[in-house]
Design a binder for this molecule. Structure first.
Ligand code: SAH
Length: 232
């Protein structure tokens, strides 16, 4: 009798976390269906990865309940984790492939890097705020993404030691595309970035041809935190 009761209590104790897992997973499936697929993102690999990536584990515990909502969420130090749809849209625009080496500017929570890490060979990501670089590296390590390297630094300079990159994504908005980043893009490579002032930004897609020639096109309006200059 007591043994049976003990087993029942054990079963209940185990069921708690399992139910919570299911609730996060259900929130994620809804997020992809209602916020991302319904707005036209079609790349099956992007949809699969966004269904699988535990976004709630990349935000501070105090805002965890908002992780799957249809807006950006503050993560401290003036940074935000981007709205899920924007992460999906930019990842789709990037056209990532398994053999790519990618550079991200603005690690923030590490979530965009985690999404990208599941679609390319390696992600190099630069964050200017030391505390965010450290906590993102920790979240990425805990989530098991061994193919992401996080560095604290100034994204305007890129990562010359690891260049060139097949793909570059900016998740903070500069007033214009930093020339060092265009220089660090491979021939045949693509860069996706929000560009503009605080309240007037557009997504820009830059393709570098096999001959090194630059082609630029402008996509939808977006709102990102500004890309700041390193203090001297
Ligand atoms: N990709 C992030 C969202 C980042 S928010 C995510 O998935 O959570 C933008 C980030 O860019 C902030 O963390 C901000 O500190 C960082 N940032 C701003 N200017 C920068 C610069 N010059 N170099 C590197 N990171 C920068």
């Amino acid at each position: 009798m007591f043994r049976r009761l003990g087993l029942a209590v054990l079963a209940l104790a185990l069921a708690g976390p399992v139910c919570a897992q299911d609730a996060w997973s259900a929130a994620r499936q809804r997020m992809v269906r209602d916020q991302i697929e319904d707005r036209g993102v079609r790349n099956p690999d992007v949809l699969r990865v966004m269904r699988a990536t535990p976004r709630h584990l990349f935000v501070p515990a105090s805002v965890r309940d908002f992780a799957y909502e249809d807006h950006p969420v503050p993560i401290g130090h003036g940074a935000t984790i981007s709205q899920p749809y924007i992460v999906a849209l930019m990842t789709e625009l990037l056209q990532p492939a398994r053999h790519h080496r990618a550079l991200e500017i603005g690690t923030g929570s590490g979530y965009q890097a985690a999404v990208l890490a599941q679609l390319v060979k390696h992600v190099y990501t630069i964050e200017i705020v030391p505390e965010l670089a450290a906590s993102a590296a920790e979240s990425l390590r805990r989530a098991g993404h061994a193919n992401v390297t996080v560095r604290r630094g100034d994204g305007y300079k890129g990562w010359p030691e690891e260049a060139p990159f097949d793909r570059i994504i900016l998740t903070a908005a500069p007033p214009g595309i930093p020339p060092a980043l265009v220089a660090q893009l491979s021939n045949g490579g693509r860069l996706v970035a929000p560009v503009g002032s605080t309240w007037n930004q557009r997504l820009v897609v830059i393709d570098k041809g096999a001959d090194g020639r630059i082609h630029r096109r402008t996509e939808s309006a977006v709102i990102f935190v500004p890309m700041v200059r390193e203090r001297k």
